[in-house]
Design a protein around this ligand. Structure first.
Ligand code: CO
Ligand code: CO
Ligand code: CO
Length: 316
């Protein structure tokens, strides 16, 4: 990215500078479009379920910006040696999620490739003054996480044949669940910052939010919601390579009481289609948690935003 030329446009409200979830471009005083593209290789065996998860993940970047998805296009790669029915199932899973999101699926593009890949290019609408960025967190804000962590660890352990059917079912339900519901639940409240938890894990994305906002974020590890089984499999060593990269990448200050414990692996675990990390005015937290508690997956208070310290992220 650093080798690319810098593009200047007064209408570009969010570009590449702040490592945010999507680009935001102002159309008028009342309307901005949010644009994002995301695709990846299968995380589960069932093609329809993979399609659902990949689409939920791509749509999530619109919700992380406080917007509403309106138009989606398929992005797919598929090997010629596999039956085309499988691609059909992947696309059907994705289409069902786009429909659930209330957006329109209007085409796309598939290329031949050795490994299947699927995702979406999504355009969303947002009021230009109501964009949630990942750099607006304010001192005193409370942090809410809207999905449990550990999907990377569970899918790694599943490849090792370890995970129970009940555990993987819960993980899949979490990954396929749209962030739409959490986004809509808090839309009229004082949300100062938001991002979704994906490849960099909670610690990585929270670190970006803290740095962008020029604050320090304190995460109470004991409060962080975790998928059933994830702590056990982490302690058995089923930790994806990405978690180790994330640990290295984040210049976090880790207090002694969690260092080397399974919960630490959870905080670095790369998530597929993870939840929203919402930084909200303390006066609106109670209302937010009350509303989120009525959803299929409730939100949890996991930390707070404090004055900037030497380290941008504190894990206790
Ligand atoms: Co994102
Ligand atoms: Co993304
Ligand atoms: Co954002």
């Amino acid at each position: 990215m650093s080798k690319l030329p810098k593009f200047q446009d007064a209408r570009l409200l969010v570009g590449t500078e702040t490592a945010d979830d999507a680009a935001v471009y102002e159309i008028s005083k009342e309307l901005a479009i949010i644009q994002t593209v995301d695709f990846f290789t299968p995380v589960v065996d069932d093609p329809y379920t993979f399609g659902q998860i990949a689409a939920a993940n791509a749509l999530s970047d619109i919700y992380a910006m406080g917007g509403e998805p309106r138009l989606a296009l398929n992005v797919a790669a598929f090997p010629s040696c596999l039956p085309p029915d499988i691609l059909g199932d992947i696309l059907a899973g994705g289409a069902d999620k786009v429909m659930e999101a209330g957006a329109v699926l209007a085409g796309g593009h598939t290329i031949m490739d050795d490994e299947p890949k699927y995702g979406l290019c999504v355009t969303g609408f947002v009021h230009p003054k109501k964009v949630w960025t990942n750099n607006g967190a304010k001192q005193g804000d409370i942090l809410i996480l809207t999905k449990p962590l550990g999907s990377g660890i569970l899918t790694t352990a599943e490849k090792g044949g370890m995970v129970s059917e009940e555990e993987i079912k819960k993980a899949i339900h979490t990954m396929a669940y749209l962030n739409k519901y959490a986004c809509e639940a808090v839309q009229d409240l004082r949300v100062h910052g938001c991002t979704d938890i994906t490849g960099f894990g909670l610690a990585g994305h929270a670190g970006e939010m803290a740095e962008g906002s020029q604050k320090t974020i304190l995460i109470h590890s004991g409060k962080v919601p975790v998928l059933d089984g994830a702590l056990t499999y982490a302690s058995m060593g089923f930790v994806p390579a990405g978690a180790y990269r994330n640990r290295e990448y984040v210049s976090a200050e880790i207090s002694r009481n969690i260092q080397g414990q399974p919960i630490e692996d959870i905080l670095y675990d790369p998530q597929t289609s993870g939840g929203l990390l919402i930084s909200i005015h303390p006066g609106d937290v109670q209302e937010a948690v009350k509303r989120l508690s009525t959803l299929e997956i409730p939100g949890t208070i996991i930390g707070e935003v404090i004055e900037k310290q030497e380290k941008s992220l504190l894990l206790d």
